[in-house]
Design a protein around this ligand. Sequence first.
Ligand code: MG
Length: 224
Amino acid sequence: MPGCEGKSGLPDRRLPAAVRGFMEPEEGERLYELALEAGRRGPCLEIGGFCGKSTLYLGSGCRDAGGILYSIDHHRGSEEHQPGEEYFDPALWDPRLGRVNSFTEFIRTVERGGLTETVVPIVSASATAARSWATPLSLVLIDGGHSYAAAFADYNGWAGHLMPGGFLAIHDIFSNPEAGGQAPRQIYKLAAGSGLFRRLPMTGSLGVLQRRTIGEMPMEHRFV
Ligand code: MG
């Protein structure tokens, strides 16, 4: 969208509305607020950038905080985006590569959002990128593959990099299995039950936890 390069504040709602992907405006605006706070303390990271809808919100918050957002995605589409599957989109089929390719759309969104100086794309499977990652993170959004194996790998690979006070956000948490797959909810419950995170209010299907600071006691897990 011309004219919004470098503008501060939430992205104009028309911008994310025009981007492929699944995220309600209220959920995205919560991510903006979290990134605005977290981005002052350290880099933020999202898993599952897809076409850049969540990236617009997180990236805008990081930009306004003077921070940075790493956005990980292999950009080959998840299981449900493949030909013959429920969410296959012919517009994302790349005939030269012979596969789904969401990276062109992603980078277009980043440029339209005025976020090229804030967003660092990492075109990789999340588990590969996690193998030698060593930078403490102030926010991690898990919004990648929805199989249990994929969701657990994202949680296992990245939650340990959160700095004390850092936010762990998990998208697509549905208590009713008919509303959506249960893997994101399962890793949310793992994190909440670990005692290492404090639960913050949810927004829609977006669960938010905060890594406890050193020395903080999880009173809801008191030993009997
Ligand atoms: Mg999602």
